[in-house]
Design a protein around this ligand. Structure first.
Ligand code: AMP
Length: 173
């Protein structure tokens, strides 16, 4: 299936010069969404994973469905101020300003082996912060999975030491 054709390009959102990859068009296509989840579940079925980690908010859409398909638990990495119990935080640079993401401190431990899920890899700042949070708990990051990688941005360089799998690689804007 040509998954790239299911994703809508929205020019100049949320600001001029950004080509926003809108995944809502893929999600509303049941064959495309099921195809993605079946593919990612096949990829990790025999990986010995104990949990799926999803990054707020579009990482939840793929991560929760994957956790359900694999029959394992789902761990949310959330934006600052959303998780109610004891948590660890990492801040990272955005194009303008900073963002912070958080993980419940008791969500994972050294016995865990996880895949980290997000919709898109751009600069890699979000996934780097998420991988650091997971690693801080002692858990093993088996792989990082994204639906889309913007390969014209060197996001992978921030993630050296981690294996990354992108379902769709976009080479040019
Ligand atoms: P980054 O930390 O730069 O790798 O950015 C990744 C996060 O920002 C992901 O969670 C994406 O949802 C979002 N994002 C960044 N660039 C885009 C884009 N061009 N289209 C859609 N989402 C994007």
């Amino acid at each position: 299936m040509d998954l790239l054709s299911k994703i809508r390009n929205v020019p100049d959102f949320p600001k001029p010069g950004i080509q926003f990859k809108d995944i809502t068009t893929l999600l509303q296509d049941v064959e495309a969404y099921n195809h993605v989840i079946a593919k990612v579940a096949d990829r990790y079925r025999d990986a010995g994973l104990t949990k799926v980690v999803g990054i707020e908010s579009r990482g939840f859409i793929f991560g929760a469905a994957l956790a359900h398909a694999l029959g394992i638990g789902f761990i949310p990495v959330r934006k600052e101020g959303k998780l109610p119990s004891d948590r660890i935080s990492r801040s990272y640079e955005l194009e303008y300003g900073q963002a912070t993401i958080e993980l419940h401190i008791d969500a994972l431990g050294k016995e865990d082996r996880v895949v980290i899920i997000d919709d898109l890899l751009a600069t890699g700042g979000t996934l780097q912060a998420a991988a650091e949070l997971v690693s801080h708990t002692g858990a093993t990051v088996h792989e990082i999975w994204v639906l889309i990688e913007l390969a014209f941005i060197p996001g992978r360089e921030k993630l050296k030491g981690y294996t990354i799998h992108a379902e769709i690689v976009v080479d040019g804007e």
